[in-house]
Design a protein around this ligand. Sequence first.
Ligand SMILES: [Fe+2]
Ligand SMILES: [Fe+2]
Length: 361
Amino acid sequence: MALKFKFAIASDLHIALPHTIWQHPARFHLVEYSIPAFEEVLSQLATLDLDFLLLPGDLTQHGEPENHQWLSKRLAQLPYPVYVIAGNHDVPRVETFNQFTPHYTQFGFKSGINEPNKLYYECEVLPNVRLIGLNSNQFDADGQQIGWIDDEQLVWLESVLENQDYALNLVTIHHNVLEHMHDQSRNALGQRYMLGNTERLCKILHQANVKLVFTGHLHVQDIAYSDRYDLYDITTGSLVSYPHPYRVLNYISDASGDRLEIESFRVKSIPEQADLSHFSREWMGDRSHPFVVRLLTHPPLNYSPEFAETLTPELRYFWAHIADGDAQFEFPNFPPVVREYLEAFSDVPPKDNNITLSLNK
Ligand SMILES: [Fe+2]
Ligand SMILES: [Fe+2]
C-alpha cells in the first residue's frame, strides 16, 4: 500500500514559564530557554507542510498546571495535529497522575475527558496509519518513580495490535526501549532511562510487526536497532539541553519498499542567547562533571574518586558528544581498561542524526 507522510519530533520541552522556574545551582536543564527554543522550532517547522508533530514526553518542567496550560494553548494554535505523551516530569507525584490528560484531549488523549487515569491511547493519525502512545511512568511501592509498563496496559496493547486494519503502527513512549549507549542497562549514567520491562514490550511489538518506536527522556540524539526484534528506537534529544535538536521525518512506502528518512536540526540561536550552541555546550561541560565521576567510580570501573578526578579534564565534553549523537571517542592517553570502556561509548550504526532507515528486512 502506497503511503507518504511527513512529521516532526521535538522532545523533552520541559516548558517553564519564568515565574515557575526552580533555581538551583546544579540545575542541568536550561528551562529558562524552553519557550524561546520551542518557538524557534515552531517557526522552522511552519513552512514544512507537516502531517503532524510528535512530542514524546517531559512537556513541562515539573508538571505545573500553568506550564501544561501554556503548552496546550500554544499547541491548539498550530496548523497541524500534535500528539503528546507524558514524561516523568509531567506526572512527578502519584497525585498528579490524573491531572495530565485533561490538558491534552486534543492531542491524543481522548481519555482525558472521562478517564483521566488512562495515560495511553491509540489514534488514527492518517488513513492506514495508527499512533500508539504508551505510558511508562509508574511509582514503586516506596512511591519512587520508575520506568515501567503495567500489565493492564500491556494487555490493552496486545488487544489493540490484534486489529490489523492499519498498514503502519507507530509507537511512542517516554522511556528508552533499546539501549542508546554502551552498557546503558547497567551503568550508573544510563540505567534509569531504560524501561524496566522493555523485553516484554519488545516481544509484543515484534509479534505485531511494529518496527518504529519514538522515545525521549535520555536527552540524547540516538537511533538504536535490535536485530532480535527488528525494531528501531529513535530517541530525540531535549530542547532544553545541548544540542537542542529536533527531527523531521518522511515515511515512504512505495514500489521500492518501506523507508523512513530522518533529518535532524538544532536550535542554534534564540533572542535570549545568540550563540546558544556554544553557551549550552559549555553549560553541559560545567555541570556534567559529577555524572562523569559517577560513571568512573561505579561498576564496572570502580575507581577511587581521587583517580577519577585525574581523568575528568579530558572528559569535559564527553556527555555533550554523546548528546550530539554519532560520537566517536578516542582516549589514547588513558590506561587500557578505562580507555577501552569509554571508547565503547562511540556510536554504533545506525547513524543518529541523518539517515534513511530501510524497513524491509
Ligand atoms: Fe527530560
Ligand atoms: Fe524524562
